[in-house]
Structure formats: C-alpha cells, structure tokens
Write a protein that binds this ligand. Structure first.
Ligand code: ZN
Ligand code: ZN
Length: 359
C-alpha cells in the first residue's frame, strides 16, 4: 500500500512538469496547445512602409468552401499573415438552403473572430460569371447583397459605388488560357479593374503579370482556398501559402486599401516574387544585409523568410531565409535575381556599374 502511494506521488510529480491540475481526476496537457501560438513571417519594410502579408481570396462554407468563417481567421493568424479578405461567391452558394445567412454573413462571423485577435479581415465578395468576364473580387465593400444582380457589369458598378477595389481573379482558369477579352479592356480603360491574380491557388499566369505593367494594375498572389490551408499546402513542409505583399503606411484596413490603389503590392509564392522593379529592389536591399569582412569578402545576412537566388557570370549564389552566407563579391557582371520577376520573363537585374563601385 505504501509503495503504491509513493509511486502515485512520483507520477503526479512527473506529470506536473508538463500538465496542469484541473482537479484530482483531470490533468490538462496545456503544453500541447498550439491554438494561441502564432508563427511570425519576417519580411522587412522599406521607405517607411511596412510589408504586410495578405490573402485577398478566401472561401467559406457560405459559398463552396468547406470551412466555417472563424477558422479562416484562426488559420491566417497562426500562419503569420496580417490580413485576409473573405470573398464568397455571390452566384454559387450550394448550401444556401441549409445556411440562411445573407451574402454578408460569412464576413460578419470572421470579423468577430478577427476583432478578438486584433486581426484584419476585409469584406469582399466574388462576382462569379463564365468567361469572357470570368471571376472578379470586390474588396472593401460594406454590403454584398445589392451586387446579386443579373448584369455583372452592374454588380461591378454597385461595388465601385461602395469604394471597392476590383481584382480580376485567376485569368487562366478554367480553360487554361489567360485571355484579355474586350470586356476587360473596356473595364481597364474605365479604371474598373485595379489588380489581377498572377498566382491563384497553385497556378501561375505569366501573361497576367505583363498586364500589370501594361495597364498599371497591381499584382496579386492569393489562395482561393476552399478546404483547409494545412490540408492543401501542408504543415510539416513549412511552405507559406500564396500571399500578396502589401507595402503599407500602416497596419490597418485603410493602410492596405490605400496601398492597393497605389499599386504597392508584390505576389509571392513558392519562393518566387513578382512585382515592380522599384519595390523588389528595395525589398532585397532591406532583406540582404551586408557586413564587409575584408575587401570583397563579405557576409550577407538574409533577415527575411524569402530565400533569394542570384546569378553572376554563370555562377549561382543562394541566400537562404534567415541565414548568413560568406560571399566574395564578384569583380564584374550583372547580378540577376533568379526568383524575382519584374516583367514577363524579366528578372530583377542589378547592373554591375550599380554595385561594383562599392567594392
Ligand atoms: Zn473564382
Ligand atoms: Zn474564388
């Protein structure tokens, strides 16, 4: 009996290192709980801008997603994002007979969760039509219900009256052709399309990035997620979802909106970055910190979570995320950032006269 008592005491002692006693019958294994732990994604800002990590295309169970809206906020908060938009379809709601909420309901549920966490959720909706028009997200709206109209161009106008940012979604889906039809040309001319998805889910549309430069619209990378983020992009791999980087003057909905209309975005997925030359150059300058050791021998510390690959005169140099690399600055030749795109098939290039003077 005495022996049994002793071993019970020892067991309690061992457990109490990691468990919290709720009562004599129940131990709570709090050390396992990850629900209140957030990953931090490190991507520096520049010129007074913060770099915000955002996903502007997300579905919930209120359209054809599999997930309740508050889970979308929990996923994004945990992953280390700064903002998401809830963009359920207007025209495709296979569960509307079961879920009675109107077109604003999913946003309202997500917003409640976001407010509890100090997280930003933007109200949006997806105007969902066949090609040639295709799908468009209206972001920063305040009521999606009046957009449920027969004429999609009318729906766009209603969104614009609410001050919406109009994003052209997945231009290469579903027919594997990225086509800019006359209706898009008209909308672009009238300043009624403000951005386009260069990356959506696991697809990349190179031509769409060319339209960003040609028409002065902002590049985006979004998930268009319907299932669980961890289910589709994995957990253990540590891969980040597609995200739109927003160079904003403040971490707020207003700050994001101002930056989107000013075209200060870059699209990031699978280690590849797409954006205007000016912003990518500054992002790299802020990310790769140089410490001169001796002459042309330097250490380069990549303080960001974006790995960079650079070539010079046929040699490949790799600057992994959050690592320091010993590096001998080449004598000559352009530096080409192989994973940074500033135009169609055009990589960010730092001409040798720009940097060779420094060494
Ligand atoms: Zn869509
Ligand atoms: Zn969608």
């Amino acid at each position: 009996m005495k022996k049994l008592f002793l071993s019970s005491v020892m067991l309690i002692g061992a457990l109490s290192l990691q468990a919290q006693l709720r009562n004599d019958d129940v131990y709570e294994l709090t050390h396992i709980d990850r629900s209140n732990i957030r990953n931090e994604i490190s991507i520096p800002g520049f010129d007074g801008y913060q770099t915000l990590k955002c996903d502007f295309h997300i579905h919930t169970i209120f359209s054809d997603g599999d997930v309740w809206p508050n889970v979308r906020v929990q996923e994004a908060w945990r992953e280390g994002l700064d903002a998401i938009a809830i963009t359920d379809h207007i025209e495709y709601r296979p569960r509307k007979e079961i879920l009675k909420g109107d077109l604003n309901e999913s946003f309202k549920i997500a917003k409640k969760e976001a407010d509890n966490r100090g997280f930003i959720v933007i109200q949006g909706t997806e105007i969902t039509r066949s090609k040639p028009l295709g799908h468009l997200n209206a972001l920063f709206i305040n009521d999606a219900n009046p957009m449920d109209v027969k004429d999609p161009l009318k729906a766009i106008d209603v969104a614009l009256e609410q001050g919406a940012f109009i994003l052209w979604n997945h231009p290469g889906w579903p027919d594997d052709k990225s086509t800019l039809y006359p209706v898009h040309e008209e909308l672009l001319k009238a300043n009624k399309i403000h951005g386009v998805e260069v990356l959506n889910y696991m697809e990349y549309y190179p031509v769409a990035f060319d339209w960003c430069n040609k028409y002065g619209i902002a590049p985006f990378a979004n998930t268009d997620i319907h299932g669980l983020i961890s289910g589709d992009y994995g957990v253990k791999e540590g891969r980040m979802r597609p995200m739109t980087l927003v160079f904003a003057t403040s971490k707020s909905e207003e700050g994001i909106k101002e930056a989107l209309f000013a075209r200060r975005t870059a699209a990031l997925f699978d280690g590849k970055l797409f954006g205007q030359e000016e912003y990518l150059m500054k992002l790299i300058q802020a990310s790769l910190q140089i410490r001169v050791i001796n002459g042309r021998t330097v250490e380069i510390t990549n303080i960001s979570d974006i790995p960079y690959e650079m070539t010079n005169s046929g040699n490949l140099y790799y600057f992994p995320a959050r690592k320091t690399v010993r590096f001998t600055v080449p004598k000559e030749g352009d530096m080409v950032f192989e994973n940074c795109f500033v135009g169609l098939n055009q990589k960010l290039t730092i001409p040798d006269h720009y940097w060779s003077m420094a060494f």
